[in-house]
Design a protein around this ligand. Structure first.
Ligand code: NOJ
Length: 986
């Protein structure tokens, strides 16, 4: 619940709760949805939806008022430039909108539309505003890191007064057919249309116009009367034909947005011809395959909203906005994926409708076309179109633009123990000791808000944390880390050096009157560091130096929270849109990328903590945008300890992977409330398969560290965490793939099996990287089995029992999942690297030997990979890594081989300290599941050959019985993990 001032009640509870422990146990309450806008409350969303309704209701008699001037079009070096004319005022006037269509080497096309008058700053601002006059055109600088090289092979194939056709992409198989009047573009692949822009005529670029000010002053209406023009305002001039109601000052929840540039939204319809499924545009607590948003049974009535906000205890199955936004969407049908990236950082809404074949005769070969309608409040219209055709190609092309997942610190993919709050250094040491006593591995313990002195970041509560250095050193003994919270709001307090420096250097966000913006957050009155300012990033870095942020050590890392930004007394719990950022841009223009600028600043700061110390930072963020994957991990915010939120984690995390930011997870156990032991246990089992695996709890929640559970829960949770640790080599390899080409770390069925239609909407199970490990956790109470969808005709084995499952392509198979197990299958044909010795932390496992688990496929073969590096530095960029490709082959009596996966001559690499140490690391066991009796039955040993040496290793064979597959275990193999070797069966 929220107060009138907009401060959520749980936050107030938390503030008070610290003073009065008596009020800590508050019942959880769901988000007050009315604190956040629906499309109806948002002027530009409402206007564009009405525009769409009007256009659609007119059918073919509606003509979009946008046309390219034929003479303005010129094509050069992979780029088409022209001017679109928008006709207004009953054909009497036109507005000039320069358009650029760029064809990129990757095969991606980009369409950018600006407004000439604003470009030339030929507009007047209202309210004496000091904001910039242009449409915001700098999000590219923050989001895009490459892939913009123009395709010199793109060529003009046709040009006349009605159409321009450009051929581009691989072997010129892509085509953009640009219709001049009314303007529209069709994107074709191999002659077939896949994506259409403005086909439904919903393009709308709200041009600048002056406001005819009413004579009487305008007062905001009372709370709740949002969007209504004050009664005392003058009626619009008679000659104004459009409804101006929401053009100028806009009111919501007692706040007024002054809109100095008036209405300036951009909107466009994008149709995916013949595509039934669309995915992406996180972050929403919704299904992976996105729903329709214009009503209908089981569908939404509001568009998906992208406007980063602190929506605690969010509702499930909703298009409501959450903490982060990635305006990337992928459409998929059998054997074809396409996508779009809408590069705009302002508030955005996306309507989705699906037209069945009967009403859409153009959708040849497929039942449905998905129509989308994108609406952003300000900025350029800037859209990238990807033509695939595979999901993997879409992922690669998108990640060329916005970058890939940063290679993580190795510890970061282990288990994280967090709560709000570990209250003292003794508390931290106690948790650390008890995790060890119960032999539960973990890598990182987290300190939430209360470690600070009075919510002043970069300080410690000296009473509760008497010796943070000793605490950090204690953690270091078991190679563990500490993460501390640093938020973007800085307490407004004289004498607090961070505040003083922020103020003196003028590095804070400013309000519309160009004074330092003052809002309310955890510390009370606060200011916000403006990370759009390069000087602010430089200054921010100084705060993290070890001598400045005293009490931190090399094993201290950072958590960035509240960076939407959350402002308790701001409109929709965030900053006023008419606030000003560096360069004079309004907050309205940059809101969705704001969180990423802060995340980036912290990432840069950790990179430069100490001269000559170049280590990978670890920074968790709550708010994000396209490109945030370059700076660390995200989590899904303030969920609840209930089964619904556990289930919702899966589609949310899968969708993060589709949108290029796969390093994510949900608060294990649920943030609000107290999970029963069964729920907590099931959440750990699910969390062990989230890329980011962290337990967290609200300050009001009872303590729930895993060792506090009674048996059998404690043992089962311990086993789940240990399972994660034994599979860390597979996880790290999956992260490497995400880093290399943007591949999701956990993958949905449509991504791994793009031709299996029955799997396109499946979002409750996942593949871990390319390991063939298929996981489906239990997300319902009192449930002892899971029905798993099988996407192909391969064999599948139960991971825990080696049972061969009676699977069939496109069908579901029931897998036993009593409390101590989850649905975890091994797809035949994969080799999975593991480390089987349980240890206290990931780093303590660094030089352990490996186990390879081979799941034999129908053809009797299998393949797998292992990527490993020092897990800490950037030395891998200079070749200091091991990347092996393993293969089980049937030829010549059978063999298992390991070669360098990149075909390198590894002997030629000058090994650094880590690579040298890896010389002592071997393959210990090889377990062959589904081992054919003919090859293995009577085998007592195999020959291992590596370099000039040959030796034997013992084999134990277990014949198939009672549904369990046969398997063989090769004992101490003894081959060096970094070297080529062959195990010969014959
Ligand atoms: C909000 C975050 O979402 C939550 O995880 C954290 O515990 C609180 N802020 C307090 O810092």
């Amino acid at each position: 619940m929220a107060s009138r001032s907009g401060q959520p009640s749980w936050k107030r509870t938390a503030l008070l709760g610290l003073v009065s422990l008596g009020c800590l146990l508050q019942p959880a309450a769901a988000v007050k949805e009315s604190d956040f806008k629906k499309c109806d409350h948002s002027g530009f969303c409402n206007r564009n939806r009405k525009y769409a309704d009007n256009a659609i209701s007119q059918g073919s008699s509606f003509i979009s008022p946008y046309e390219i001037i034929p003479e303005s079009a010129s094509f050069r070096d992979g780029q088409l430039e022209a001017v679109i004319l928008k006709t207004i005022n009953d054909q009497e006037e036109t507005v000039r909108l320069p358009i650029t269509v760029s064809f990129l080497e990757s095969g991606t096309a980009r369409v950018t539309v600006d407004e000439e008058r604003r470009q030339k700053k030929d507009i007047e601002l209202r309210h004496n505003s000091r904001a910039r006059k242009e449409r915001y055109n700098e999000v590219e600088k923050l989001a895009i890191v490459g892939g913009l090289t123009l395709d010199s092979n793109a060529r003009l194939a046709h040009q006349d007064k009605s159409h321009i056709t450009v051929k581009y992409g691989p072997s010129s198989s892509f085509e953009a057919v640009i219709k001049l009047s009314p303007f529209g573009i069709e994107f074709k692949r191999d002659g077939a249309t896949h994506v259409k822009l403005n086909d439904r005529g919903l393009l709308n670029v709200e041009h600048w116009r002056p406001k005819v000010e009413p004579a009487a002053p305008v007062h905001p209406p009372p709370d709740g009367d949002d969007q209504q023009q004050p009664l005392d305002a003058e009626p619009p001039p008679v000659e104004t034909r459009e409804d101006e109601t929401s053009w100028w000052d806009e009111f919501f929840g007692g706040n007024t947005d002054t809109k100095p540039r008036g209405p300036e939204s951009v909107a466009l319809d994008i149709s995916f011809v013949g595509y039934e499924h669309v995915y992406g545009i996180p972050e929403h607590a919704s299904s992976l395959s996105l729903k329709e948003t214009r009503g209908g049974e089981g569908q939404y009535t509001d568009p998906y909203r992208l406007y980063n906000a602190d929506v605690f205890e969010y509702v499930l199955d909703s298009p409501m906005t959450l903490y982060g936004s990635i305006p990337f969407m992928q459409a998929h049908k059998k054997n074809s994926s396409v996508g779009v990236f809408w590069l705009n950082a302002a508030e955005t809404w996306v309507d989705i409708t699906k037209a069945k074949a009967s009403s859409n005769p153009l959708a040849i070969g497929s039942k449905t076309t998905t129509n989308t309608h994108w609406m952003s409040e300000s900025g350029l219209l800037d859209v990238f179109v990807f033509l695939g055709p595979t999901p993997h190609e879409i992922t690669k092309d998108y990640s060329q633009l916005t970058g890939t997942t940063t290679m993580p610190q190795e510890f970061a993919i282990g288990y994280h123990q967090c709560r709000w709050n570990y209250i003292s250094d003794d508390d931290v040491k106690d948790v650390d000791r008890r995790m060890d006593r119960y032999q539960i591995p973990y890598d990182v313990i987290w300190l939430d808000l209360e470690y600070t002195d009075d919510r002043k970041f970069f300080t410690w509560d000296a009473h509760m944390f008497k010796d943070p250095i000793a605490m950090g050193e204690k953690l270091q003994e078991s190679k563990r880390q500490l993460v501390v919270l640093i938020d973007p709001h800085i307490k407004n307090k004289e004498g607090y050096s961070v505040f003083t420096e922020l103020k003196a250097n003028e590095l804070a966000v400013r309000n519309k009157d160009d004074n330092m913006y003052d809002g309310w957050c955890w510390p009370g009155s606060s200011h916000w560091v403006d990370c759009f300012n390069p000087k602010a990033i430089e200054w921010w870095a100084t705060l993290f130096k070890y001598d400045k942020f005293q009490g931190t050590l090399e094993n201290t890392f950072i958590w960035n929270d509240m960076n939407e930004p959350s402002v308790f007394n701001g409109p929709e719990v965030t900053m006023p849109k008419d606030n000003l950022h560096f360069g004079g841009w309004e907050h309205r223009d940059v809101h969705n990328v704001n969180g990423m600028t802060f995340h980036n600043a912290t990432f840069q700061a950790l990179l430069s903590r100490k001269a000559n110390e170049l280590r990978r930072p670890f920074v968790l963020t709550r708010s994000f945008y396209a490109g945030s994957q370059r700076f660390g991990a995200m989590w899904t915010g303030d969920n609840q300890a209930d089964w619904g939120h556990l289930a919702a984690s899966l589609p949310m995390i899968l969708n993060q992977g589709i949108a290029g930011f796969p390093f994510g997870g949900s608060d294990v156990g649920g943030f609000f409330g107290n999970p029963e032991a069964e729920l907590l246990t099931r959440w750990y089992q699910a969390g062990a398969f989230f890329p980011f695996f962290r337990a967290h709890a609200h300050i009001d929640a009872r303590r729930r560290e895993p060792y506090l559970l009674s048996e059998p829960y404690r043992g089962i949770v311990t086993a789940a965490v240990r399972l994660r640790y034994s599979l860390l080599p597979a996880w790290y390899t999956a992260f490497f793939h995400a880093h290399r080409d943007g591949s999701p770390i956990v993958r949905p069925m449509f991504w791994t099996h793009p031709s299996e239609e029955a799997g396109f909407a499946v979002d409750d199970q996942l593949f871990l990287g390319s390991t063939g490990l298929l996981h489906k956790p239990v997300v319902e109470k009192d449930t002892e089995s899971v029905d798993m969808f099988i996407p192909d005709d391969e064999v599948y084995y139960d991971y825990f029992t080696y049972r061969l499952l009676p699977t069939a392509k496109g069908k579901r198979v029931t897998v036993a999942a009593p409390l101590d197990r989850t649905g975890l299958l091994m797809r035949g044909g994969h080799i999975v690297p593991r480390r089987d010795t349980p240890r206290r932390s990931a780093q303590l496992m660094r030089f352990d030997d490996y186990t390879l688990v081979v799941a034999v496929n129908k053809a009797g073969t299998a393949e797998g990979e292992l990527y490993v590096d020092d897990g800490d530095s950037y030395d891998y960029e200079g070749g200091q890594f091991i990347h092996r490709a393993f293969r089980l082959d049937t030829a010549n009596g059978g063999s298992i081989t390991s070669v360098d996966a990149q075909g390198r001559d590894t002997k030629a690499i000058q090994p650094g300290a880590w690579l040298k140490a890896m010389d002592a690391v071997h393959v210990d066991k090889v377990i062959v599941v589904g081992a054919p009796a003919a090859a293995w039955k009577n085998k007592a040993e195999v020959t291992v050959q590596s370099g000039a040496e040959t030796w034997t290793a013992p084999v134990k064979y277990y014949a198939a019985e009672q549904g369990r597959a046969a398997f063989a275990v090769i004992g101490r193999v003894g081959a060096r993990i970094g070297e080529d070797w062959t195990v010969k069966l014959a």
